[in-house]
Design a protein. Structure first.
Length: 369
């Protein structure tokens, strides 16, 4: 009998957590967030992964991915990632299928590291001792007091020296309020904290360029998705002309997407989301593509899914400490990290894998499938 461990089970669960206040960005509003959990087992060891996606992602895992992963050597994560990509060919990769693959891929890496009794960052090999984070939220639905409380919490309580707010409210139709909120944010955080903004593709090209000048006057250094990242030539034009860094990439669901974005010269910093792009396997490859062009990578949201992989790449800029996801991960999981002076240190405690465990008691009220 072979002593090579194999995956012997795959499971899913779905949790929907209401927001703690109404939330919106430039192009979307929401009042809850859904997390799809994937688990993979190998004997007595279970790994977990997750994605922020519709509950349909769990159905993709159950119907299309579980069967091709079960029975595979548990240490061969890149092989299983490729097999999963092939399994969704007719279902369509971008979107929910890629998110489903991501959740399973993360769980597979977690399982492998637990089998080897290593923190995942030690298995991957660290390129840095710590991971810088930036506070992210500042929703367009917040009033002045809510925005100020959140900003002060990051800067004064957590010691995070970089923060981001949402702009382009109502598809850019409230430009004056955008400018006022940016000015207010600068007044709250002072001159030494970095200030970022995210338009979520809500501006048109000329408007984004016009706004960029006002942003620069407030010391904003990061302009995320000033226009839709579907339009790479337009994004590249804005990058060439705007006086601040342009970032995008969170909607990349495959490695070729990131290559197209980089080849177009569309960004100063590439964003990639490990829970969307096909998991840790693909996220590390996206980081390598960016490094080959002298571009940094930033992890988009889902901080605990990214943390170990982020510490394994030399061209990491930072990781998004997104309000919704930090809150949800603190509710659902034990073993979460805390920013200390604007950094987190995955693997420092020596716990194998991602160091996360589902807290079934806290999670149960939010389980919907």
């Amino acid at each position: 009998m072979s002593d090579i461990p194999v995956v012997d089970r795959v499971g899913t669960a779905v949790f929907t957590v209401p927001t703690d206040a109404p939330e919106a960005d430039g192009t979307l509003d929401w009042d809850s967030t859904t997390l799809v959990l994937a688990t993979v087992g190998c004997g007595s060891v279970t790994g977990l992964g997750y994605t922020y996606a519709p509950a349909a992602a769990a159905r993709v895992i159950d119907d299309l991915l579980s069967g091709v992963v079960t029975g595979s050597p548990a240490l061969d994560v890149p092989r299983m990632n490729e097999t999963m990509h092939r399994a969704v060919r007719n279902a369509g990769l971008p979107g929910v299928a890629a998110q489903a693959i991501a959740a399973v891929d993360i769980a597979l890496w977690d399982c492998k590291a637990r089998l080897l009794d290593l923190p995942l960052v030690r298995l991957l090999g660290s390129a840095r001792d710590d991971v810088p984070v930036y506070g992210s939220g500042g929703f367009t639905t917040y009033d002045d007091d809510q925005q100020e409380r959140q900003l002060r919490g990051w800067v004064e309580e957590d010691g995070i020296p970089r923060v981001k707010i949402k702009i382009a409210e109502s598809w850019g139709r409230r430009e004056e309020r955008d400018r006022r909120r940016v000015a207010q944010a600068r007044a709250v955080i002072g001159d030494t904290t970095e200030l970022y903004v995210d338009a979520n593709g809500g501006y048109g090209a000329k408007q984004a360029l016009r706004v960029s000048g006002a942003l620069a006057d407030e010391g904003v250094t990061w302009f995320e998705e000033p226009v839709s990242s579907d339009h790479l030539i337009t994004l590249a034009t804005i990058r060439d002309q705007a006086p601040l860094e342009v970032a995008a990439g969170e909607y990349g669901y495959s490695l070729p997407y990131f290559e197209h974005m980089l080849a177009a010269g569309a960004v100063d910093c590439l964003q990639a989301d490990v829970t969307r792009c096909g998991g840790i396997t693909v996220w590390l490859r996206a980081a390598a593509l960016a490094q080959a062009r002298g571009i940094d990578i930033s992890g988009h949201c889902a901080p605990h899914a990214h943390a170990h992989a982020a510490a394994a790449v030399p061209n990491l800029r930072h990781l998004e400490w997104f309000h919704d996801h930090v809150r949800i991960e603190r509710i659902l999981f034990d073993g979460v990290l805390a920013p200390d002076g604007g950094i987190i240190t995955p693997g420092a405690g020596g716990t194998p894998g991602l160091a996360l465990t589902l807290n079934a008691e806290r999670a149960q009220p939010y389980r919907v499938a």
